[in-house]
Ligand binder design. Structure first.
Ligand SMILES: *Cc1c(COP(=O)(O)O)cnc(C)c1O
Length: 465
């Protein structure tokens, strides 16, 4: 059969829409969506016939591919998954989980009217920012604070409002790309500030900053290098020295702190040399302005926090870009609730902190329990054991810190880890796991309440099949 004949075998849309097996889907998804899905399948089929001599129209294969696509389209696209990969702040999996208290606040803020921008005591217009400002100031020692959409937005706002058309000096060792397309030079350009590079990749001295200062300089900026470390022959000035230099020359010293630590790094078991310091410590060392993410180490929703001197924050609050970056009420309520947990010292109620601080023996016991249950449920083709694993904080935090955790290792006689991982990703509640030497590894650190049982049931189904 030539290609023309093969193509003519493909049914037209009108015929497909009358197929018996499609009728319930038309009701379920609506005619327009079904037509789009069928159209995609039909064009894909045409493409494949044109490019591959072995392909021709098969009613069964076509039906199956349509039904798969329809079933996929009928499920919500943004869905819960189980993180058995041991990366706590996993950017692709939504970074931080929101604390239960905060979820309650979100639900109220979403379902009812609120005093979002209404001052209940005065009976007049209020400030959206007022719901988090005092808490942020108390937790960081700042004079003033605000929240915007995310940290990228916070940096953009600060640079635009404070340094448009003037020079911002940064160390060459800190000109980083964070991932997800946050590159400091690009944000700088977008803001209208002029980036002046000081020093070299591995070493930048105070005098490098000093020499780079001109009458057109407005700011010295420091940025947390996040998921990147320069090791060996390195140096950079202390924050205090940078702050002193900036203030001597009437400049602003700003720090993009990245992760947003609101507690001392020891509280989450980070060693002193982790490179992570709290927002409070940044301000104490002389930063005029610090920005950070809400959903990394802070463990809250996606926001960008900005704390610092009142005069500077007043400028930012009035700057028109602030309006474009404002936080929505549901997110703001989650942020306030998370900050309240901090101020009450209830750190283990904050999922990110709880998972980062998890006890070794507790994780070991959990891995042994899960392995025991799995061994009972699955057949002899599979070997289950426990082992120590390397977890990660993630989210561009502390790349060099080893977070040791525990995991369950699953070794299947016939199936490799890649194959099993693919099946687990296709489940109703997809399960994402680690792997090593072609064995599946389930890291227990990042499992949530009730997820062990889901894993047991699903794995029994998959492995015994
Ligand atoms: C993660 C990160 C950002 C981006 O923050 P978002 O909240 O994702 O916008 C910016 N700077 C640093 C240093 C970071 O680590």
């Amino acid at each position: 059969m030539d290609k023309g004949q093969k193509l003519r075998q493909i049914p037209g849309m009108d015929i497909v829409l009358n197929y018996e097996w499609l009728q319930t889907w038309l009701e379920k998804l609506g005619r327009l969506r079904v037509k789009r899905i069928i159209n995609q399948r039909l064009s894909e089929l045409r493409e494949r016939i044109l490019h591959d001599d072995d392909i021709e129209f098969s009613p069964e294969a076509f039906k199956e591919s349509c039904l798969n696509a329809l079933a996929f389209a009928s499920r919500p696209s943004l869905r819960r998954v189980i993180n058995a990969a041991g990366v706590v702040i996993h950017t692709n999996l939504g970074r931080s989980l929101i604390a239960h208290e905060a979820v309650k606040s979100m639900s109220e803020a979403a379902s009812y009217y609120s005093n979002l921008e209404y001052d209940l005591r005065a009976g007049s217009r209020g400030q959206r920012n007022s719901h988090v400002e005092d808490l942020l100031c108390a937790l960081t020692g700042a004079e003033s604070a605000m929240a915007v959409n995310n940290n990228a937005g916070a940096v953009l706002l600060a640079l635009s409002a404070l340094s448009k058309n003037s020079e911002v000096i940064m160390s060459r060792g800190e000109l980083v790309e964070i991932g997800g397309s946050f590159r400091i030079p690009d944000i700088m350009e977008l803001s209208g500030a002029k980036l002046i590079e000081a020093g070299t990749t591995n070493r930048t001295h105070l005098y490098d900053y000093e020499r780079a200062i001109t009458e057109n300089t407005s700011m010295l900026m420091k940025i947390h290098p996040s998921n990147f470390r320069i090791e060996g022959f390195t140096c950079s000035p202390e924050r205090k020295e940078l702050a002193n230099l900036a203030h001597e020359k009437n400049l602003i010293f700003m720090e993009d702190a990245g992760s947003g630590l609101l507690v001392d790094s020891e509280v989450i078991n980070l060693p002193a040399n982790s490179g992570e310091i709290s927002i409070k410590a940044c301000l104490e060392r002389g930063a005029d302005l610090v920005t950070f993410s809400g959903d990394k180490m802070l463990g809250g929703p996606q926001i960008g926090g900005i704390v610092g001197r009142r005069k500077i924050l007043d400028k930012l609050k009035k700057y028109p870009l602030a309006r474009a970056l404002r936080v929505d009420k549901v997110t703001l309520s989650a942020f306030e609730a998370t900050l309240r947990l901090y101020s009450q010292g209830m750190l283990d109620e904050i999922p990110t902190l709880r998972m980062l601080r998890r006890d070794d023996s507790d994780m070991k016991a959990q891995a042994e329990r899960l392995a025991g249950e799995l061994a009972k449920k699955i057949n002899a083709e599979v070997k289950v054991s426990v082992c120590e694993v390397e977890d990660a904080a993630g989210g561009g935090s502390c790349p060099e810190i080893k977070l040791t955790g525990w995991g369950v290792v699953i070794k299947h006689k016939n199936f490799g880890a890649g194959y099993l991982q693919k099946i687990l990703r296709g489940l109703e509640v997809p399960i994402l796991t680690g792997a090593r030497e072609n064995e599946l590894v389930l890291h227990v650190r990042t499992l949530q309440d009730g997820e062990e049982q889901i894993i047991i049931n699903e794995l029994a189904g998959v492995l015994n099949a």
